[in-house]
Ligand binder design. Sequence first.
Ligand SMILES: Nc1ncnc2c1ncn2[C@@H]1O[C@H](COP(=O)(O)OP(=O)(O)OP(=O)(O)O)[C@@H](O)[C@H]1O
Ligand SMILES: [Mg+2]
Length: 459
Amino acid sequence: MQNSLLSHQKAPTVQPLETDMRVSKDILELLSTAMYPDPLALYREYIQNAADSVEEAVRQNLYSPRTAPRIDVVIDVANRNVRIRDNGVGISNADFVQTLTSIGGSSKKGKGARGFRGVGRLAGLGFCQEVVMRSKSAADSQAYQLSWDCKKLKHLLRDPSCSDDLNTVARQVVGITHTPAKSGDHFFEVELKNVVRFRNDLLLNEVEVSAFLSQVAPVPFSPKFTFAEELETQLKSQASLQTFCVFINNNSEPLYRPFQDEFEVRKGLKDKFSGVEFFPIDGVSGDRDALGWVLHHGYLGAIPERLGIKGLRLRSGNIQIGDSKLFEQAFIETRFNSWSVGEIHTTSKNLLPNGRRDALEFNIHSQNLLTKLLPLTKQIAGKCRSSSAARVKGDVPAPIPYEKEWGLDDSDVKLIQSLAPNIRASFLQVMGPIFSKTRKDFHGRKAALTILRRITKES
Ligand SMILES: Nc1ncnc2c1ncn2[C@@H]1O[C@H](COP(=O)(O)OP(=O)(O)OP(=O)(O)O)[C@@H](O)[C@H]1O
Ligand SMILES: [Mg+2]
């Protein structure tokens, strides 16, 4: 009855919106501080811009043998100042103001660049008192500079008596200057002045920043890592991998990804990588959406977070999306994600990072990716379980490097080898920490060797 009444009513006419939308000053907070729960994300955003710009400079043939592409991060703790500079294409004087005062509407959209939303450079606004951006292109004779007075901005955003209008506020906090500069130079530099103290001064901690960027930034694998060449060759040919030299505090060596041949699962228990496996991931229409790889090892347990290698991770444009837990839900037992080492590199425009870059945009393609990961995560879980079962049965000696690294006499190495496998595994695990290279526990060592000699005599 009701349905039939409704069906006879005429649908209301929809009027198009005839007024402009009002954009309030609050948008600045939403796009800076509120956007990134992890403040280190600001380093990712500026490095990402630098990578896009260097890539464009390579395309335009701007480098010579004397000027290699490079990205520099300089952390000046004493002055609470951070500078991130690249020698990419830069922004021309003509485009400078318009580019850096636009919110959204990136000129990189649709060009396959890493950035495409036109907001990432605002990431620093909430974490320092002033942000200064400087740049020029090769053809310019001036360097332009735009500065944000973030201290004043914060005050105006909170002040209810200050106008709500974005432009009124922007005019009070943004300033533009230019200075003569060497023609031919091309660069972009962002300087964060008076960086705020945040969680143990994280943003000025060189070790923390390097550890974060070695995981997240598009830097190369270490040349000392055995699987570096195989990974780079395959990823370059199948996933257009690009890497960039990022130098922290003018170190002579650039930053590398954190993978090494061996890693410590827990104190005294080392494991090493035995091989790499690649797996292409097809999209819903059958075209390639991503290329994944996993590094196999002994699967001895959960890998510590501090090593920066744990978990199946996601990369887009060779920049990490989200963190080590992103794919936990693809494992039937989520804990096995932290036993895994691997990456998924997106290769299709179907898989786009969300605005915060902490996951992919939710759509049929990202759901398909999760489903396609299941056979792989099952295979990894199988390896984790059989490795645990073997260790419980005691038929696989724990690969603790006692022969080489404990500094034992040959006679003591022989005694350890003569122990029954299950006793040997327990002995190595209990004594491992005492024999670690960094611990000078002479009494502990002596006692351990006395116990060893006693148990071998008794058995
Ligand atoms: N290092 C840089 N070198 C040259 N141009 C830059 C650099 N950083 C920013 N720009 C210019 O400023 C624009 C805005 O940067 P912003 O990071 O806000 O947005 P985006 O990179 O386009 O997109 P996203 O919000 O996804 O990062 C860029 O599109 C680019 O034109
Ligand atoms: Mg950007």
